[in-house]
Design a protein. Structure first.
Length: 358
């Protein structure tokens, strides 16, 4: 299965020039990645279908799924919706149409007066939830019925404005300018939360939200400041000046790839030097250890980053990532592995992230 950000959502997330001012979109298919458009292997299709069966059977009446407290309220339902979409299922149709609508409705109904897409008021998960849920609503915007589309239109307008306001909150230093953190008014920024907000803004822009180009340029500069020097191995840190790991490197690489149209000096088809250094870091430090920190989060972003880089990065790393991930699937269709917070997040989180990475 192609890495998440399905062709439909890639088009939605990238083809936003009319809203964002002149911003060339990164091509969906380049010669370097043409070989990746081969049919999805049968073992991947079977694994994803098995996981989706488990998710559907274990969805609660309110549209949520089994999860730990650290996962928040809206993030897991949103990730599960996107897992179904990645296999071609759509809301209101087919065997999972009602399953999707239940989770979509739960997320819409969870939005607070401030625009926050969460039922929580505080905690490290709040802006994660908000970004993830905004991405999901942007992806289903063109698939739902008219009544829900009106609701999503309002929800996206409010959620994107909250993201923009959070980016402008006072920071404890210029190194944090342009990014996001756990809370709306956080005085610093980090790579992980910033990645979700960027994906959310681009998706919302395609649905009609007015996203200033400057907001994306500021975010891009924050990502670049978080890049580790090439002579020290490349990759991306959690915050500027910190060391890399696989999850952060996948996130930073993908973000710069999706925003490469912002650089007028970058020839069409070329990749930012920080992205290539991120790919080189991943070749030396592949995301193929289920016990590593934030394994599922890492493979989710790394799969997409490799898809954008193509060539040797995809050919070398994706088969290892895929095969290691498939080996984590349990007889009931869920995915094991992960450590710490990913264990607490629960089987629905891990299974959704696995489907999106595959």
């Amino acid at each position: 299965m192609k890495p998440f950000v399905s062709p439909k959502f890639l088009a939605a997330a990238l083809a936003t020039a009319a809203v964002l001012a002149p911003l060339p979109a990164a091509p969906l298919v380049t010669p370097a990645r043409a070989a990746q458009d081969e049919p999805v292997p049968s073992n991947v299709r079977i694994a994803v279908d098995k996981a989706l069966v488990w998710l559907a059977k274990n969805q609660k009446p309110d549209g949520t799924f089994p999860q730990g407290a650290s996962a928040g309220t809206t993030a897991v339902p949103s990730l599960c919706v996107m897992a179904f979409l990645s296999r071609g299922h759509v809301p209101g149709q087919g065997p999972y149409g009602d399953t999707l609508y239940k989770s979509i409705d739960f997320v819409i109904e969870s939005q607070q007066e401030t625009g926050l897409l969460s039922r929580s008021q505080a905690g490290n998960h709040v802006m994660y939830e908000h970004g993830i849920s905004t991405v999901m609503l942007a992806e289903v915007y063109g698939m739902v019925d008219d009544a829900r589309r009106v609701k999503i239109d309002r929800a996206l307008a409010r959620s994107s404005q909250l993201i923009l306001a959070a980016q402008k909150s006072p920071k404890n230093g210029n190194q944090y300018k342009g990014g996001w953190r756990y809370q709306v008014n956080a005085p610093d920024s980090d790579m992980s939360v910033t990645g979700w907000q960027l994906m959310a803004l681009r998706g919302a822009a395609n649905c009609g939200a007015a996203i200033p180009r400057q907001a994306l340029e500021d975010a891009r500069e924050y990502i670049r400041r978080s890049a580790c020097p090439e002579n020290q191995g490349g990759g991306f840190g959690y915050q500027p000046g910190q060391g890399p790991n696989q999850a952060r490197t996948g996130t930073g690489t993908l973000m710069l790839e999706l925003l490469r149209g912002l650089d007028p000096n970058l020839p069409a088809g070329d990749h930012p030097k920080e992205s290539l250094a991120g790919g080189d870091y991943l070749i030396k430090n592949p995301p193929d250890n289920p016990g590593m920190e934030f394994y599922y989060y890492g493979v989710y972003y790394c799969a997409q980053a490799l898809n954008q880089l193509g060539g040797k990065y995809w050919d070398t790393l994706y088969p290892k990532l895929r095969d290691t991930l498939l080996a984590q699937q349990q007889p009931d269709g869920t995915f094991a592995g992960g450590a710490g917070q990913e264990q607490d997040a629960g089987p629905a989180y891990r299974s959704a992230m696995a489907c999106l990475a595959l």
